[in-house]
Design a protein around this ligand. Sequence first.
Ligand code: NAD
Length: 331
Amino acid sequence: MRLLFTGGAGFIGSNFIRYILQKRPSYEIVNLDALTYAGNLENLQDIESSERYRFTQGRIEDPKTVAEAMKGADAVVHLAAESHVDRSIENATPFLLTNVLGTQILLEAARNGSVRRFLHVSTDEVYGSVGPKGPFTEEDALRPRSPYAASKAAADHLVQAYAVTYEMPVIIARPSNAFGPFQYPEKFIPLLVTNTLEGRPLPIYGDGKNIREWIYVEDVCCALDQLLHEGRPGETYNVGGPGGWSNVEVARLILALLQKPESLVTFVPDRPGHDFWYALDNSKIKRETGWEPTVSLEDGLKRAIVWYEEHRYWWQRIKERLHRESRGYWS
Ligand code: NAD
């Protein structure tokens, strides 16, 4: 089986490529990635010499590059995206180009090839904020509230339209907030962990009560693998983490695990349009594949903390760059 990955040099992509190469010894992977600020070949250093892995640099909005990369692919795992909500609020254009146009170019190339599965990785954010009805099921309407979420929702609609119009064997996965090794340190958990390791304040938007369902990246990889092999074509699956935590609870847990004072928590002005609560109903994926999350937030944080402690060289250079660019809460 030959898989075309997009965005494999990013956080989830690099973890999932490693997972597949270990779990499925006969599989070959081509990784198409533009190496934006979020893509990093160091994330894949340990497997770059594998005969079953090949990297190709290019953008998914470029039809020629995509057609070339698609040659011989049996399945597509589509992860490439502009993925940071704060950046989408500053400038939505790259989000539309990559997440919407890029997805369409990829679908078009897959349609013209011999692809038997197209796994599109979406997000829980397409549903918007949870209301009184509780966790979202796959049947709920999409009500995205940030430019990032809107671009991902548009991509989901395109994927579903291609499934109907061209009978393409697509599967959509909607994971909740993931964390773990190789996550770019502008994202919430790596920002908090690395700031704690540096003795810096932990910036928390608003009153810190916003709730997210954190899922450890290994659980995400396991779910994506199950969906790639057992998901029903044309279907969408929520991939939610084990329970919801408010942002300030997560910050306090990280500080407790690293034995640092709670006084490092610093409340900062809220993000515009900040969704209050994300929560997913996982019953469909559980019922159809048997998957469920296995790593608690606390155990995942312990593992992530060890990784960030042991890979200071990896994140310190990135944080220095973000600091030079005056991005986020770096000074
Ligand atoms: P990431 O930002 O870490 O990685 C994105 C990767 O895509 C990078 O390697 C980047 O170089 C590449 N890329 C960006 N634009 C590209 C383009 N035009 N052409 C080719 N490659 C391009 O993202 P991530 O956190 O690993 O997320 C992966 C996917 O999972 C995304 O689609 C995201 O929307 C989705 N997702 C992420 C989370 C999460 O918590 N991280 C949760 C739910 C869904």
